[in-house]
Design a protein around this ligand. Structure first.
Ligand code: IMP
Length: 191
């Protein structure tokens, strides 16, 4: 069965493809001729995930899902949250985002944070939301070079390594997106 994942992020695609297994052919927007940026201007992760999924559905007519992720830092009142991608600049500048977050946390002792992912699935005429959360801490400096985004500065609970010091499988087993995707996959299998 074909299903479109509303992302062109190669890291995310790889993470999700591993969980989804062989019963689905995972397509990207580009595979379906959708090359423009998909709008994500909603005030919540759930709103953005739904908006992206609805956009892909209207352009392709296929079953699809979209995710939106935020890094929610306790000492910053949940920031950057839904603004995680555009924290430092209007662009999608991972380096600048990490730098700004480390700067804002420079004199903060409470390092606790969580990654939260919302996934919106449109299958047939149903729209369903799934959530995945992982708690952890913001490191004092960058650690490791795997992964993407804020991975080098996030240490998941129970570990002394950042996501960027883990293999894909290690990260997937505990990560926000891994948890949300496993709920999605369970749902798809039972359908
Ligand atoms: P989006 O879900 O692609 O909009 O991501 C929002 C922001 O969170 C972007 O800055 C991403 O780089 C970052 N992000 C999303 N997922 C992850 C992850 O698994 N690890 C680290 N950063 C992430």
């Amino acid at each position: 069965m074909k299903i479109v994942f509303a992302t062109n992020n190669a890291h995310k695609l790889r993470e999700v493809a591993r969980e989804l297994g062989d019963s689905y052919t995972l397509l990207t927007p580009r595979d379906c001729g959708v090359t423009e940026d998909i709008p994500e201007n909603e005030p919540t992760l759930e709103g953005n995930a739904l908006a992206k999924a609805r956009y892909i559905r209207s352009r392709t007519g296929l079953d699809c899902f979209a995710d939106d992720t935020g890094l929610e830092v306790d000492a910053l009142g949940g920031e950057p949250g839904v603004r995680s991608a555009r924290y430092a600049t209007d662009g999608h500048d991972d380096e600048a985002n990490k730098r700004l977050l480390l700067e804002r946390m420079a004199s903060v002792d409470d390092r606790s944070a969580r990654f939260r992912t919302a996934i919106a699935l449109i299958a047939g005429d149903e729209e369903i939301l799934f959530e995945g959360v992982v708690r952890g801490a913001i490191s004092r400096e960058e650690m490791g070079s795997n992964g993407f985004g804020y991975d080098p500065i996030f240490i998941p609970e129970g570990f002394d390594r950042s996501f960027a010091q883990m293999t894909d499988d290690e990260k997937n087993a505990v990560s926000h997106r891994g948890r949300a995707v496993r709920k999605l996959v369970d749902y798809l299998r039972k359908r």
